[in-house]
Design a protein around this ligand. Structure first.
Ligand SMILES: [Mg+2]
Length: 444
C-alpha cells in the first residue's frame, strides 16, 4: 500500500472520531425509546442534545484527541508532560464537557505534577479509550510503541486494567485496519481481548451503551461487526443513546480505519466544524508522517495470536527452521513453530531434510502454504543474524515469484533462540513489504 493511501486512512480515523462525537452529542444520555420518539432514527448532523451543541460541533472526545495530537506535533515526539500540559490548558479553557475522572486526573497533575493516577478499581470509564486516535496514528508500524503510549496517555486520567486492555485492543485494531486487515482478522483480535477479559463478550448484546468501558466496547463491537458501512455502523451506535458521543467517536475511529476516507458520508463531513476539520486533517497528516511505518519506512506489521489461525485464513506461513538433517534424512524440527508444523504435517521433516541435503539450508516452498525459514545451522547453535537476513531475502524472492499476498513469519530467532526483537527487526525491514506480517506470541 502506498503512503498516500495510508495517510488517507489516518485522516479517516481522526475525522471518524469527530463525526461520531458530533453525531452522538445529539443523543447522549437519551434512551433508545426517547430517541425513537423524537427522531425516529437519528441520522443527521443536527446538534442539540443535553449540551445544546451546534450541528457539527464536537465535544471533549475530539478536543482531548486534538490536545494529544498538538503535543506530539509541537514536540515532534512523544512527550507525556506536554500532553498533560495541553489537557490542563484545555480544562482551564472551560470545555463544553468534561468527564469526572478526566477532571480528577488533570487536577492530580496540576496539584502534584503526577503523570499517572493511582489504580482505581472503581473507575473503568471510556475516557482514555476515546482519545486513542492520535496514539494509533502516531505509532503505526510499531505495536510495542502503541502499547506503551496508550497506557501512558490513559494513565494520566484512567488507571484500570479493563480501560488499559480496551485502549490497546482498539489501537491494534485501528493499526491493522489502516494496513488493510479484513473483518476476520479484526475479529480474531477481539477474541484475544475476550480470552483475557471475558467481560468484553459482545454476542448477545444487551444494548447497554454507558460510559463504562465494557459497555462502550460491546456497543462499538456489536455495531461494527453487524453492519457493512461507516454510515450504517455509526447510525446504529448513536441511536443506542447512552454515552453516544463517545461510543460514536470510538466507532468512527475504527470504521474510519476500516472503510477509509471515501466512506465518510459527505452530508456529515460537510457539517463538521470547519476549524476542527482542518485541524484534524493537518494533524493526522503530520502524525502519520512521524509514525514508524512512514518515517522509518518500516513495513513490519506485527500481529499477535496463534500462527495457525492465520494459516487457516490463507496466509503463507514461514516456519523457523535449522539446517540439521538426522541420520534418517529428516530435518530436526524439535522446537517452536517447526515442531508445531511437524505435528500438523508429519511428512514435513522428511521433505525439508531431503531439500537441505541436496541444496543446503534455505527458504523452500514446502507445499500446504508452508515455507522453511532458516534461522540457525543446527538446533544446538544460537541463531545466526546473517542467515536470518539471507532467509528474509530468499522469502521475499519466493513471494514475488509466486505472487503471494499474505505471508506471516514468527519473530525469527526470538523465541527459544534468544535474540532480541530489536536486533532482528531491522533485518526484516530490509526485505519485507506490506504483504508480510510478523507474529509475536507463538502458543506452544
Ligand atoms: Mg463527549
Amino acid at each position: 500500500m502506498i503512503d498516500e493511501e495510508i495517510a488517507k486512512k489516518a485522516r479517516a480515523v481522526f475525522l471518524g472520531v469527530a463525526i461520531g462525537d458530533a453525531l452522538g452529542a445529539t443523543t447522549e444520555f437519551m434512551t433508545t425509546h426517547e430517541i425513537k420518539a423524537k427522531y425516529k432514527i437519528h441520522k443527521k448532523m443536527r446538534g442539540g442534545g443535553w449540551l445544546g451543541v451546534k450541528p457539527g460541533q464536537v465535544t471533549d472526545d475530539t478536543e482531548m484527541s486534538l490536545a494529544i495530537a498538538q503535543a506530539i506535533l509541537t514536540e515532534e515526539k512523544w512527550d507525556l508532560r506536554a500532553i498533560a500540559d495541553n489537557f490542563l490548558a484545555w480544562m482551564r479553557n472551560k470545555p463544553i464537557d468534561i468527564g469526572a475522572t478526566v477532571r480528577k486526573g488533570i487536577r492530580n497533575y496540576r496539584l502534584n505534577g503526577d503523570l499517572e493516577v493511582p489504580i482505581n478499581h472503581w473507575d473503568a470509564g471510556n475516557g482514555a479509550l476515546m482519545r486513542m486516535a492520535p496514539v494509533a496514528i502516531f505509532t503505526l508500524g510499531d505495536d510495542q510503541l502503541l502499547t506503551r503510549y496508550s497506557l501512558e496517555q490513559a494513565h494520566l486520567t484512567h488507571n484500570h486494567p479493563l480501560s488499559d486492555a480496551a485502549c490497546i485492543c482498539i489501537g491494534k485494531m485501528v493499526h491493522a485496519a489502516i494496513l488493510g486487515a479484513d473483518r476476520f482478522q479484526l475479529h480474531a483480535m477481539v477474541r484475544e481481548l475476550i480470552a483475557e477479559h471475558k467481560t468484553f463478550r459482545f454476542n448477545n448484546y444487551k444494548g447497554l451503551a454507558s460510559g463504562y468501558v465494557v459497555d462502550t466496547m460491546q456497543t462499538v463491537l456489536h455495531y461494527f461487526f453487524s453492519t457493512a458501512s461507516f454510515e450504517e455502523c455509526l447510525i446504529g451506535v448513536v441511536n443506542q443513546g447512552g454515552d453516544a458521543d463517545t461510543t460514536g467517536a470510538i466507532a468512527g475511529m475504527l470504521c474510519g480505519a476500516f472503510y477509509g476516507l471515501e466512506s465518510l458520508p459527505k452530508q456529515w463531513l460537510s457539517k463538521l466544524d470547519k476549524q476542527v476539520k482542518i485541524e484534524i486533517e493537518t494533524s493526522s497528516d503530520t502524525l502519520i508522517r512521524l509514525s514508524p511505518w512512514i518515517a522509518k519506512g518500516s513495513h513490519i506489521h506485527e500481529l499477535s495470536g496463534d500462527l495457525w489461525d492465520y494459516h487457516d485464513q490463507g496466509y503463507v506461513v514461514a516456519i523457523t527452521t535449522n539446517g540439521k538433517v538426522s541420520n534418517t534424512g529428516r530435518n530436526v524440527m524439535a522446537r517452536g513453530t517447526a515442531k508445531q508444523a511437524a505435528e500438523h504435517f508429519p511428512t514435513l521433516p522428511e521433505t525439508l531434510g531431503a531439500l537441505i541435503s541436496t541444496s543446503g539450508n534455505h527458504v523452500y516452498d514446502l507445499g500446504n502454504r508452508l515455507v522453511s525459514f532458516p534461522v540457525e545451522h543446527s538446533p544446538w547453535e544460537v541463531p545466526d543474524l546473517h542467515l536470518i537476513l539471507q532467509s528474509c531475502r530468499e522469502l521475499r524472492t519466493l513471494a514475488d515469484n509466486n505472487d503471494w499476498q499474505k505471508i506471516i513469519v514468527p519473530r525469527p530467532g526470538c523465541g527459544g533462540g534468544g535474540l532480541a526483537w530489536k536486533e532482528v527487526k531491522p533485518l526484516l525491514e530490509q526485505h519485507f513489504d506490506e504483504r508480510f506480517r510478523v507474529i509475536n506470541a507463538v502458543k506452544q
